[in-house]
Design a protein around this ligand. Structure first.
Ligand code: CP3
Length: 353
């Protein structure tokens, strides 16, 4: 398999020199794009969209047709993995994701096993292969998974939560049960990401969206340790190319040095940390990805350019920066503002390389 024509993202993730700072946006295919909403309506629902490789390919490519992004990201969801474990994922209108069978009792936890991605997540692997073909080697394709801990949050709560009461009750009352879930999840995530790499993903990202809700000690014991287990089990190379890995813990700014030490190639940053300070903290260990506040995109193209310039200046001269938002793009973002951001990153970053 040959290198993408534009391999700027892959080089930046490995801290190799580039001509400019590459950029992509978390949730770049989504409801802020009218063409996404049309395809989703044709599919019937979000989950039908994820399960149809033709339509998943179509929406993956939509943001690339509008903006000169330096990567595509697989269109899917982190919760396909617990769904494949039999928990019964559904989306109640306006309520976000929910599970029919959350893990509340010991017998449910003990019965949990990692799914075989080739069987139970075939539709995702088919989408990866089809997207790779459709990309025709223009830009790299990023595969992804939720972190063992973030998946466990949804599996135990049965959906989103403000306070993670069920999860934290289990963490402090029955830590051995949570460890069992996390070990199954870590094995599931490792196999799933490796299957995505085999199917054509050229970089992989692990979303630890809720790790930042933990205490410092609990983060290390219940999230970081399992992230490290996953990274240790990942294929480092496929078809003669390195497959870089990115770890993103939202709210993980205080633990950056520890995250940079688990063997990943890059660390994702939310917008609460200064990226210059983050760079000093991690040194030469990893590349950094981030970290514009997604709310900046509600402002004006002039403000967007100014805020982009601040982040580029804070990172400073040299390789190892992948520009992104600090979290997913909001559904209320005007698409023209995303365009202004992508173009600003490309123009304003050249002097730093
Ligand atoms: O970045 C991309 O473009 C790839 C696609 C992607 C989606 N979800 C599509 C999606 C990715 C990488 C995810 C990851 C994901 N999913 C995370 C981790 C990243 C993060 O945002 O912190 C989490 C926690 C989930 C779980 C999930 N899926 C939630 C909480 C929701 C509802 C969110 C909302 O905005 O209402 C989803 C649904 C979802 N996943 C949508 C999309 C485009 C919206 C679905 C729709 O069309 O209605």
């Amino acid at each position: 398999m040959s290198k993408p024509k534009n391999d700027t993202l892959l080089r930046a993730l490995l801290r190799q020199p580039t001509e400019y700072t590459p950029v992509w946006l978390m949730r770049q295919a989504g409801r802020y794009l009218p063409e996404y909403n049309q395809t989703r309506a044709r599919a019937g629902s979000f989950l039908d969209l994820c399960r149809n490789p033709d339509l998943a390919t179509e929406v993956t490519l939509q943001p690339l047709a509008r903006f000169s992004l330096d990567a595509a990201i697989l269109f899917s969801d982190i919760l396909t993995v617990p769904d494949a474990m039999g928990l019964g994922l559904y989306f109640a209108e306006g309520e976000g994701p929910r599970f029919e069978r959350p893990l509340r009792h010991e017998w449910e936890v003990r019965g949990l096993t990692p799914p075989d991605p080739d069987v139970h997540l075939r539709y995702v692997l088919d989408a990866v292969a089809q997207i790779r073909k459709a990309l025709a080697n223009e830009v790299p394709l990023i595969g992804f998974s939720g972190s063992p801990f973030t998946l466990a949050c949804y599996m135990v709560e049965g959906g989103g939560s403000d306070d993670f009461r069920e999860l934290k009750t289990m963490l402090y009352r029955r830590p051995e049960l949570l460890h069992h879930i996390l070990d199954v999840n870590a094995r599931a995530v490792t196999a799933y990401l490796n299957a995505q790499i085999e199917a054509g993903a050229q970089a992989v990202m692990i979303f630890d969206t809720w790790g930042g809700t933990l205490s410092s000690a609990a983060y290390r014991e219940f999230s970081l340790r399992y992230l490290e287990q996953v990274i240790a089990g990942l294929k480092r190379e496929h078809g003669g190319s390195r497959v870089p890995s990115i770890v993103f813990t939202k709210g993980g700014g205080l633990w950056l040095e520890a995250i940079a030490g688990i063997g990943c190639d890059a660390v994702g940053l939310d917008w609460t940390i200064d990226i210059g300070a983050a760079r000093k903290c991690v040194g030469e260990k990893v590349a950094l990805q981030g970290n514009l506040d997604p709310a900046v995109l509600f402002s004006t193209p002039d403000v967007i350019r100014a805020e982009t310039a601040k982040i580029l200046a804070a990172y400073g001269q040299g390789a190892g920066h992948v520009f992104n938002l600090g979290h997913g793009i909001s559904q209320f973002t005007p698409p023209d503002h995303a365009l202004a951001l992508v173009d600003a990153v490309h123009v304003l970053s050249k002097p730093y390389h």
